[in-house]
Ligand binder design. Structure first.
Ligand SMILES: C[S@@+](CC[C@H](N)C(=O)[O-])C[C@H]1O[C@@H](n2cnc3c(N)ncnc32)[C@H](O)[C@@H]1O
Length: 319
């Protein structure tokens, strides 16, 4: 074993140079036996193996579900999934696919509503849905057959290297603290030439009432991940080994009717309440409570409350 010098104060002579005489790892704890040059006192130094612990923490981190009630979130996710699917019905046919029949993996598949619709755009493919939340994964398994539902993290996708032709992440990246690691992992499971579809909202595109803008900005500052990630996705994806092949924008506003959204691609017109529900989750954060109450009150009471936000669709090819 190589010898190392360690800076550490001896309790006997107060000299701070020790020689490492032995080290090993026991139950994720690194143990080092070190001996002082001067007084020869021998110490046992124990440290948590941080990189392993940090990885474990990352693999189980779910910024999306942490503050939410899934019962309340399910209907909202289901209606959002139908809207996204309407957008993808226009976007997907514009993207050249590497194969006509193959394997498709969706990461962060939630309750499965979205993937069960998207499936129809890729006839001839076999589908896998990976979801971190055991409850959502189980919901998908019980409700949608014909898809291989797996529990797992986008940071450690339960799949072999180069085993998929197409990957998708829908409304996942805005919830990730380490998007570059997720992109590297998606790249790993794709075959060379494989296509990656990523779609997400981008809070930096929000336009509308000042009180709403203030709420969106206040939330951006406290949210642990980045709800403007789509603005820098191209650079991140290129660094992870992808090249962009297509990009499209869908503009979502609140000029529609409550009963059903008006879909006039690339414009989606939601009712006033449905549009607000896209932001209602922000009320979970006590740090933005004042901005939230102000925005809610002004939005609901004003007739001049036009607001708009973009959802961005991108397709990449693995180089
Ligand atoms: C907004 S939902 C989107 C669900 C679905 N893709 C859709 O478009 O309807 C985000 C999903 O990502 C999951 N998620 C969050 N962090 C994850 C991670 N690190 N790995 C895998 N899934 C994750 C959440 O549990 C949630 O189901």
């Amino acid at each position: 074993m190589p010898l190392y010098y360690v800076l550490f104060f001896s309790p006997l002579c107060a000299i701070n140079c020790f020689l490492l005489v032995h080290s090993c790892t026991v139950s994720k704890i690194s143990l080092s036996v070190i001996r002082c040059f001067s007084c020869s006192v021998i110490l046992l130094k124990a440290e948590e193996n941080m990189s392993e612990n940090n990885n474990e923490k990352l693999y189980s981190e779910n910024l999306y579900t942490t503050p939410l009630s899934l019962e309340e979130e399910l209907p909202r996710l289901a209606s959002q999934a139908r809207l996204l699917f309407a957008g993808q019905s226009h976007f997907v046919p514009q993207v050249p696919l590497p194969v006509k029949e193959g394997k498709f993996i969706d990461v962060g598949s939630g309750p499965g509503v979205h993937l069960s619709l998207v499936k129809n755009l890729f006839p001839g493919f076999a589908f896998t849905g990976v979801e971190l939340s055991p409850q959502l994964s189980q919901y998908a398994r019980l409700n949608f057959t014909g898809i291989d539902w797996r529990e797992g993290s986008v940071y450690k996708i339960p799949a072999e290297d180069a085993s998929y032709d197409i990957a998708q992440a829908s409304f996942l990246f805005i919830h990730l603290r380490e998007p570059h690691l997720a992109l590297a992992e998606i790249n790993r499971v794709l075959k060379p030439g494989g296509v990656f579809f990523v779609l997400d909202v981008d809070d930096s595109t929000f336009k509308g009432m000042q009180a709403m803008q203030d709420l969106v900005s206040a939330h951006l500052k406290v949210y642990e991940a980045d709800r403007t990630i789509m603005s820098r996705m191209k650079g991140l994806a290129e660094s992870a080994g992808f090249e962009q092949i297509k990009e499209d924008f869908v503009y979502v506003d609140n000029k529609g009717k409550e009963e059903a959204p008006i879909i006039a691609y690339p414009e989606f017109h939601l009712g006033k309440i449905s549009f607000w529900s896209m932001f209602a989750f922000m009320g979970q954060r006590s740090e933005v409570a004042v901005a939230y109450d102000k925005a809610h009150q002004e939005y609901m009471s004003s007739s001049d409350n036009h607001c708009e936000i973009s959802v961005i669709f991108q397709a990449y090819k693995k180089k």
